[in-house]
Design a protein around this ligand. Structure first.
Ligand code: DP6
Length: 422
């Protein structure tokens, strides 16, 4: 899209990119600068309808320097990670021409022209949900479109990787593997799609956003400390993950839920075990996270075969993947029974995302939550209490698609006249 700014034009592109949750975790780098991991990882892309980043990027001869606004606030672009992504993209930019507008940008021009970037998450940022993956992936994807970069998604994933490791997996929908690669220059450390989002569309994902006041250790510094001080991480990267990656690929290919769940839960638990094995130890989960694990473990054991998988990233929020819709409704009942909202909460903001799961669970009103009976596996253990207010809210979602360009000008976050945020 192009428009005039006085004598000068503004050319912009808007894209939407999903976030992803790892079911075999990336934790630890062998190269900090290029962001090269010590093991492969596998993730599920989440439906961008519920969790995504939208980014508009614009170029104009009127712009005097590169600028970025994240969630309404201008932030500095001086960080090495942004600069590495820019350098990689600018070096791959190709000639662009819009005859109607009389705009012509040559490969050489891209080195001198400046860009404006405006980015928003469609989920509350205070939630502590990994937003860097979707954000960096969206920045790279939209700039690549603007600069007419002709590389495929796997090459773009290697650029997004240099912004934030987990971002490389957000270049694809469905089920994605980040291959650690062997090369020192990182050229083979790329993401590949294992299966698209339609391959296993029975899965339903419920995220419990856990209330927490604790300041968390960032993934970047946490994993650096782990690599420097943990003996367990070496065993994990060398012996455990390679085997799990193969088994997880097989479980996904066969839609074998019990194996998928066993592997995902074991890998989340081992990731948190290596955090505990770090000096000083890192605690990402809290009591509420542990109670959620216990609720799922009890239920899975009661059923004899796993119906739900849990996984936790560098924070206390639980990502719960259930086998199908029916299970998801039963899971939501269990979660709402154990973690009811405060009495002044609006149900509409307590369970967000795909509301049909709430309907399937038979919950139309806060009164329905209060009336929930304890599930059988809890009845057998009457000591279980209800923890009101320990979960901020739940998001119901599912596996989703990869990045897309939004062609509709009304969805752009940049004013086409001024080149500034709308
Ligand atoms: C626990 O990708 O945020 O979410 O590469 O330093 O930016 P940097 O780290 P980041 O780490 C993500 C760690 C994780 C596991 C995962 O997503 O695989």
């Amino acid at each position: 899209m192009a428009a005039e700014v006085g004598e000068k034009w503004v050319l912009s592109v808007t894209a939407q990119t999903p976030t992803n949750i790892a079911v075999i975790k990336y934790w630890g780098k062998r190269d900090e600068e290029l962001i090269l991991p010590i093991n492969d990882s596998i993730s599920v892309t989440l439906d961008p309808g519920h969790l995504c980043t939208t980014t508009s990027v614009a170029v104009s001869p009127a712009f005097t320097h590169d600028r970025i606004w994240l969630n309404g606030k201008e932030v500095s672009l001086s960080g090495g990670r942004f600069q590495n992504c820019f350098r990689e993209l600018r070096s791959r930019a190709t000639d662009f021409e819009d005859e109607n507008r009389g705009i012509k940008i040559t490969k050489k021009d891209w080195e001198k022209l400046h860009v404006h970037i405006v980015s928003y998450n469609n989920f509350p940022t205070a939630a502590g949900l990994a937003s860097s993956a979707a954000g960096l992936a969206c920045l790279v994807f939209s700039l690549a479109k603007l600069m007419n970069v002709k590389e495929d998604h796997s090459k773009l994933s290697a650029i997004a990787r240099q912004g934030s490791g987990s971002a490389c997996r957000s270049l694809y929908g469905g089920f994605v593997k980040w291959i650690m690669g062997k090369e020192d220059n990182g050229s083979d450390s790329i993401a590949v799609q294992l299966a698209d989002e339609k391959h296993w569309d029975d899965l339903v994902i419920i995220i419990a956003v856990v209330s927490s006041k604790q300041k968390e250790t960032s993934s970047t510094s946490g994993m650096r400390d782990t690599v420097e001080t943990s003996a367990l991480i070496k065993h994990r990267a060398k012996e455990v993950v390679p085997k799990r990656i193969k088994e997880m690929e097989e479980a996904i290919a066969k839609r074998d839920f019990p194996s998928f769940a066993r592997l995902a839960c074991a890998d989340s638990n081992q990731f948190h075990a290596v955090c505990l094995d770090t000096l000083p130890p890192i605690f990402y989960m809290n009591d509420t996270s542990h109670r959620i694990i216990s609720c799922v473990e009890k239920w899975n054991r009661h059923e004899g075969s796993p119906l739900v998988a849990y996984t936790f990233d560098a924070g206390p929020n639980a990502v719960l993947i259930s086998k199908d819709r029916k299970t998801a409704a039963l899971l939501l009942q269990r979660l709402l029974f154990q973690f009811p909202p405060q009495s002044d909460t609006d149900l509409n903001s307590y369970v967000i995302g795909d509301k049909t799961i709430l309907k399937d669970a038979g919950i139309e009103d806060l009164k329905d939550i209060e009336a929930l009976a304890p599930p059988p596996e809890i009845k057998e253990n009457p000591s279980t209490q209800r923890y009101r207010g320990d979960v901020s809210y739940f998001i119901c979602t599912r596996p989703g698609r990869g990045p897309v360009v939004l062609a509709d000008e009304s969805q752009s976050l940049i004013n086409p006249e001024t080149g500034l945020p709308k």
